[in-house]
Design a protein around this ligand. Structure first.
Ligand SMILES: CC(C)(COP(=O)(O)OP(=O)(O)OC[C@H]1O[C@@H](n2cnc3c(N)ncnc32)[C@H](O)[C@@H]1OP(=O)(O)O)[C@@H](O)C(=O)NCCC(=O)NCCS
Length: 183
């Protein structure tokens, strides 16, 4: 386990999943598994063509997030090309230093050419302070059989980007079906 030093600075790197070395991939799995207290190997495998934001201190991976592309459709708007954020994690020994916030800010800076950014939060108040907004309307998953309503306790937050059209957050919001967690 890395020793945490308050003076350590965070170095952030952005890397496509397909360009990760085996060692980097193992470090991401280990960090996310520790942070989420479950084996995240299979979960991370389900994300198609991810791009990782890697926060390191003294060469050790201590904070992480990734985005994948999804198509979220608010109300009657066309589907929006969305950077969908997953696996936000900071090593327990390196928390409360603003590392996840720095990783999330960098992620938002990297996805400026998307139509929207979105995520499903464990703790929405954390992301609200970073400028993310809770979707208030009902959530649906698009399937071959039509729209499937998501459970009421499912939460989605969005971040408006330069290309984001005017949004009414009380409208229905849908995403395509995917393997694993639907949101
Ligand atoms: C959620 C998580 C990623 C946050 O990581 P982090 O690097 O500690 O995040 P930050 O440092 O940016 O912010 C965490 C808190 O520290 C506070 N903080 C930030 N910089 C600080 C500093 N220099 N000194 C003291 N506190 C600070 C923030 O205000 C925030 O406060 P809050 O807990 O009241 O919201 C981390 O706790 C984690 O990995 N949790 C388990 C996995 C998880 O739940 N992921 C999110 C799923 S959506």
């Amino acid at each position: 386990m890395p020793a945490a030093h308050s003076t350590s600075t965070l170095t952030i790197e952005v890397k496509r999943g397909e360009l990760l070395s085996d060692g980097e991939r193992r470090n991401i799995v280990a960090l996310c598994s520790l942070a989420y207290d479950e084996d995240m190997e299979q979960v991370l495998r389900t994300f198609a063509d991810p791009t990782h934001v890697l926060g390191s201190c003294d060469g050790l991976l201590v904070s992480h997030a990734l985005w994948i592309t999804r198509f979220l459709q608010p109300g009657h708007l066309p589907p929006l090309r969305t950077a969908y954020v997953e696996a936000v994690a900071t090593h327990p020994a390196w928390r409360r230093r603003g590392f996840a916030a720095a990783v999330m800010r960098r992620l938002v800076a990297e996805v400026q050419d998307f139509d929207l950014a979105a995520l499903s939060p464990a703790d929405g108040s954390y992301y609200a302070r970073l400028g993310w907004e809770a979707w208030q309307g009902p959530l649906f998953i698009r399937t071959q059989e039509g729209l499937q309503p998501s459970p009421d306790d499912e939460e989605v937050m969005i971040f408006r980007l330069p290309r984001t059209p005017p949004l009414d957050l009380t409208q229905p919001l849908s995403a395509e079906w995917r393997e694993g967690e639907l949101w």
